[in-house]
Design a protein around this ligand. Structure first.
Ligand SMILES: [Zn+2]
Length: 403
C-alpha cells in the first residue's frame, strides 16, 4: 500500500477525490496532503443537485486538518467551479470542509469537543491557531444550532441571572425544565429579558400560552416579566432563593450586632451553615454564643425553622408557614420581620415549589459550570462570546458533531 492510499483511507475520501501526493517536512513537523480529481471528472451542481456538470475552472485552496500524531497537517486541493445549465457557474462544496472555512470538518469537530472542556485561548495554544479564528468556528456552529432549536415542547421553565463580568453586569439564563438545558440566554436581568425569551420561544415553534410553570427568584423583575408574557404560567419561588434571602436577613442581623459585640467577629460562617455541617469546635463556639442569647442566634433559628418548610407536604407546610410568620412578626429583629413579610407575600409561589417539586437546583448547577468556565477563561472578550459558551456547555446545542 502506498502512503497516499493510507492517507486516502484516513481522510475517508471517495471518488472522484484521491490523495495524489504527500510531503512531510521533518524539520517543521508538518505534513501536506495533496488531493485532486482526475481530468474529465464531473460534479453535481451545488445549488440544484443536477449530476454530471462539467468543470469550468478551479481555485487552489488549503485547509488545516487534524494533526497526524504531532504533525500539523494541511490539505491542499483545487476546488472546482462547475457549469450548470440551469444555475450557471458555481463553486463545488468539497466533502471535507464547509464553504469558506479554512479548516476541515474533522478539525472543526475536534475544536468543538475541546471548547466544551477548556477555554478557547487554551485550545488556540494547543492547536497553534489564533483564537479569533477558532471563535469564528465555535460561533458559526453554536449560532446555527441555536437558530435550529426546537422549543415546541417547552412547558415548564426556570430563569436565573448570572454575572457576566466582575461588577454588576448580568446575563439571564432560561432553561427548559424537561430537558434540563439552557434554551435561551439574554443580556441583562430585567422584565424585558423575559419578553425576549417569550418571543424567542415562539420563533422556535413554542407557544407562550402553553407554558404552565415558571420557577424564578423573588426579585420583582422576573415576576413581572412572567406575569406579562406567560399568561398561563404559575409562578414558583424556588427553595434555593428563599434560603438565600433568609441568609441575607441573618447576615444583616449579625452585622448590626457585631458593631456592639466583638465576639461574633470572624464567626460569620457558623451562622450560615446548617448545624449538622459544623465541626465539633464550631458547635462548641455556637453553643457558647447561644448561651449568650444573641440576636444572631435567634435570627439563625428563624432561618432554620423556615428551612424546615421544605421537608413537609404542602398542606402541613401551609399551616406551618402561618405559625412561623406569627412567631417572627413579633420578634425584635427588623431584618427578620422584613423577611417574614416578603415570605408571606410570596407564599403562594413558595408553597407551589413544594407541590410541584420544581426547583432551580439544576440552574444553580448550570450557573456553577458557567462561572467555572468564565474563571478558567479569565473572562470573555464580549458577552456574545460568553453567550456562545453558555449555549455550548449548558445548552448542549452541539450534542451532535458537525461531521
Ligand atoms: Zn444547478
Amino acid at each position: 500500500m502506498r502512503d497516499t492510499d493510507l492517507f486516502q483511507l484516513a481522510l475517508g475520501l471517495s471518488s472522484p477525490w484521491t490523495v495524489t501526493r504527500s510531503e512531510f517536512d521533518g524539520q517543521d513537523g508538518r505534513l501536506d496532503l495533496y488531493v485532486d480529481f482526475p481530468r474529465g471528472s464531473r460534479f453535481a451542481c451545488p445549488r440544484c443537485g443536477r449530476e454530471g456538470c462539467a468543470v469550468h475552472d478551479t481555485k487552489d485552496d488549503t485547509w488545516r486538518h487534524l494533526d497526524f500524531f504531532q504533525h500539523r497537517t494541511h490539505l491542499h486541493a483545487r476546488t472546482p467551479r462547475v457549469t450548470c445549465p440551469d444555475c450557471g457557474v458555481l463553486k463545488v462544496a468539497t466533502p471535507w470542509a464547509r464553504a469558506g472555512s479554512g479548516f476541515t470538518l474533522l478539525f472543526e469537530a475536534y475544536l468543538l469537543a475541546l471548547a466544551k472542556a477548556m477555554p478557547i485561548a487554551n485550545a488556540a495554544e494547543r492547536l497553534g491557531e489564533h483564537d479569533t479564528r477558532l471563535w469564528r468556528i465555535v460561533e458559526h456552529y453554536v449560532w446555527r444550532a441555536v437558530e435550529a432549536l426546537d422549543l415546541r415542547e417547552v412547558r415548564r421553565i426556570a430563569a436565573d441571572e448570572t454575572s457576566a463580568r466582575r461588577g454588576h453586569d448580568y446575563i439571564s439564563l432560561f432553561i427548559d425544565m424537561a430537558r434540563r438545558k439552557v434554551v435561551y440566554v439574554s443580556e441583562g436581568k430585567d422584565a424585558a429579558t423575559v419578553k425576549e425569551f417569550a418571543e424567542f420561544l415562539e420563533a422556535h415553534g413554542g407557544d407562550r400560552r402553553s407554558v404552565t410553570d415558571a420557577s424564578i427568584d423573588m426579585g420583582a423583575a422576573f415576576e413581572a416579566g412572567i406575569k406579562q408574557n406567560f399568561p398561563n404560567a404559575e409562578i414558583t419561588f424556588d427553595k434555593f432563593h428563599v434560603i438565600k434571602l433568609a441568609n441575607e436577613a441573618v447576615d444583616e442581623v449579625r452585622r448590626q450586632e457585631v458593631k456592639n459585640r466583638f465576639q461574633i467577629k470572624g464567626r460569620r460562617y457558623i451562622f450560615l451553615k446548617n448545624v449538622d455541617r459544623l465541626t465539633t469546635e464550631e458547635k462548641q463556639a455556637l453553643s457558647e454564643l447561644e448561651a449568650q442569647n444573641l440576636d444572631t442566634v435567634q435570627a439563625m433559628q428563624i432561618r432554620m425553622n423556615l428551612q424546615q418548610l421544605f421537608t413537609m407536604d404542602e398542606k402541613t407546610a401551609r399551616r406551618y408557614l402561618d405559625r412561623w410568620h406569627a412567631w417572627v412578626k413579633v420578634c425584635d429583629l427588623a431584618p427578620m420581620k422584613r423577611l417574614a413579610k416578603t415570605i408571606i407575600a410570596k407564599s403562594k409561589g413558595i408553597l407551589r415549589s413544594i407541590s410541584t417539586g420544581l426547583s432551580n437546583g439544576v440552574l444553580e448547577a448550570i450557573n456553577g459550570n458557567v462561572q467555572a468556565a468564565k474563571r478558567k477563561a479569565k473572562g470573555y472578550r464580549s458577552k456574545r462570546n460568553l453567550k456562545a459558551i453558555v449555549y455550548l456547555i449548558a445548552g448542549d446545542v452541539l450534542a451532535k458533531s458537525p461531521t
